[in-house]
Design a binder for this molecule. Sequence first.
Ligand SMILES: [Zn+2]
Ligand SMILES: [Zn+2]
Length: 346
Amino acid sequence: MKAVFVASPEGVIVKDVPAPHPKDDEIVVRMKVCGLCGSDLEKTTISYGMGSTRLGHEPVGEIAKVGNNVTGFKEMERVFTHHHVPCYSCYYCSHNAETMCDSYQLNNLEPCGLSEEFLVSSMHIQRGGVLKLPTSVTDEEASLIEPLACCIRALNRCDLKGIDDIVIMGAGPVGIMNALLARDAGVKRVILIDPNEFRLNFGKRMGFEVLHPINDEEKTRSIKDVLSGRGADLVVIATGNQKAFTQSLKMLRKGGSIVLFGVPARSSFVNIDLSFLYANEISILSSYAATEVETNQALKLLADRRLNFGSLITHQFNLENSESAFRCAHDALNAMKVVIVNEKKK
Ligand SMILES: [Zn+2]
Ligand SMILES: [Zn+2]
């Protein structure tokens, strides 16, 4: 079978690898759709800031094989599988920091989500990593569960109660997801900032205010004026671009918060005046990944179809054409969410 890996020194390669067989307590899922995350793109460059370089963590598929001792799942069931699950018994797990659990990043899909079939461990099965999909959600929509879950967690960490104005740096798929969630939670004003015209127009069509950091440089710089002379309550950094962080400090109101959502490149150092942070009571939060609490919330949101997340998917590529898919997502000339499908006929 085919699976996609990071090539050396950069890019991706489709390889033939042995098809997985489940042990008694495992299942094998046949991938149907798997989205490309911004972090997948960053993994294909040498400056990626996190440990794993495994590709594809948004996979949806149907169960192909079930181990002898697995109960509650059967062949042909449609499922979303979360690539990481926490242990639920360590200090972090009992202190509301499940994604910081030492075993969270150690478990993963084998060989990866961007694979015709992949192995799902007993840990994933027992700890909420496998969600059955209702018929009201298409495979494509369900492939948004993981990124949407990450956005839900990030905004929950910020506590949107009492927040009127949000600036989102980066109008890519997760930027727009954060924007849709914020508006749905009652945030009055959401401004998206991105240098990509296609993505800005996409955001505009969804009813958001948009700014181009260069074309609207003055406005972007004086975002405080745009926001009643006060500045934003919250800035979400939905990009790995380090500049966005330094710019965001100038956009915040006193007492405002920044949430780091996009994965920064390794060694992204910034010069910050601590006295500015202190005197202005600026909070800097970060949000990494999600748990089954948020994946279940995301699935529910997608299933009730109130917010049109599905429209974010603009491109589908066959697994064999993953290289083109990565290029399309990277260049983002006319792309929002790019997904890989495992259908030989396409
Ligand atoms: Zn991701
Ligand atoms: Zn734990």
